[in-house]
Design a protein around this ligand. Structure first.
Ligand SMILES: [Cu+2]
Length: 330
């Protein structure tokens, strides 16, 4: 939390990433119970009575567990790759959906008790953000379902084309200290699937007469600043309208596995320093090298539009790893 506060305006976006990292930290925490189990199994399976090291290990893990000081090891895992995480489960419709017609799309979020989760903390004005994209990264939609009394979320949705689609539920369970998380699941849309090749990387995207230009580079494993500038008929748009508490929302999906990054802009409407266009600046971090599809939602003249870009995240100079010199011990 302190770190998120320090980084200031884009803390919200960063805290999503931290939320994921913390989720892993917690998922690792309860492992303290597992060594006891494997310890027990080891005793059953292995007649060797050398238990001293086992006991030490168990104590160490207990201390770590109590202190909650175990840092999250390994690379930061992106969101959206799991249907169940931190005890929360996304329950998508189990029937294939029709293509090309409006459906009442319904799904549930189950809490750790197995019951539909009823209480959410708003993030960016909404209890839950639903992102949809076909597996080939086409057909992007960002909608806000409503929670019914029966615990099911629903939203009218039209899947334009057949094929497996990924759905992402981006939400923050009320009272959960680990904050927001994003669960992902596939849903089938009936019909013949003709995957479209991903458009080539480009710095400009057109949508409904608007031109959006991308400045900055997406870096793998390092903070990156991206500025997306909106113009119309060759003139910069300087009266963007706030949408969900910001002048723009950016979602990035990694090609190949649709890992999900939800990033948010620097500054917010009415803070006295963030202009209403033409540029919207975002801070994010690609979890790896690779190809990503960026989807910018912005509002102007009362309508929300989405500009899409294909970008390649490159490697940046490796930062020295703390304690790396100790690696030369042998
Ligand atoms: Cu949303």
């Amino acid at each position: 939390m302190n770190t998120a506060t320090k980084v200031g305006a884009f803390g919200a976006g960063v805290s999503l990433a931290f939320g994921v990292a913390l989720g892993i930290g917690n998922a690792v925490g309860p492992v303290g119970a597992e060594p006891a189990l494997s310890d027990h199994q080891a005793h059953g399976a292995n007649p060797d009575p050398d238990t001293d090291t086992d006991t030490d290990t168990e104590m160490d893990q207990d201390m770590n567990h109590d202190g909650h000081t175990t840092p999250t090891a390994g690379p930061e895992a992106p969101g959206g790759l799991q249907i169940s995480e931190r005890g929360y489960t996304l329950a998508p419709p189990d029937e294939p959906l029709p293509a090309g017609e409006r459906t009442d799309f319904r799904f549930r979020i189950l809490g750790p008790d197995g019951e539909p989760l009823a209480d959410y903390e708003k993030t960016h004005d909404k209890d839950l953000h639903l992102i949809v994209a076909r597996r080939d990264l086409s057909g992007f939609q960002h909608v806000h379902p409503t929670l019914g009394a029966d615990g099911a979320w629903s939203v009218p949705l039209t899947f334009a084309n057949a094929g497996d689609h990924r759905i992402f539920a981006d939400f923050s369970p009320a009272g959960d200290p680990d904050g927001p998380l994003t669960l992902g699941a596939d849903v089938a849309v009936t019909g013949g699937y003709r995957p479209e090749p991903l458009p080539e990387p480009a710095r400009t995207a057109g949508v409904d007469g608007y031109t959006v230009t991308l400045d900055g580079d997406l870096a793998a494993g390092a903070d990156s600043e991206l500025t997306l500038s909106v113009s119309r008929d060759g003139r910069p748009v300087t009266d963007l309208e706030p949408y969900l508490g910001a002048y723009g929302h950016l979602v990035a999906l990694r090609s190949g596995d649709l890992a999900y990054l939800h990033v948010h802009p620097q500054g917010e409407p009415g803070d006295g320093e963030t202009p209403a266009g033409p540029g919207i600046t975002f801070h994010t971090r690609a979890p790896s090298e690779g190809t990503y599809r960026l989807y910018l939602d912005f509002q102007h003249n009362g309508a929300v539009r989405t500009a899409e870009f294909t970008v390649t995240a490159g490697q940046v100079a490796q930062r020295p790893t703390p304690g790396a010199s100790a690696g030369h011990a042998h």
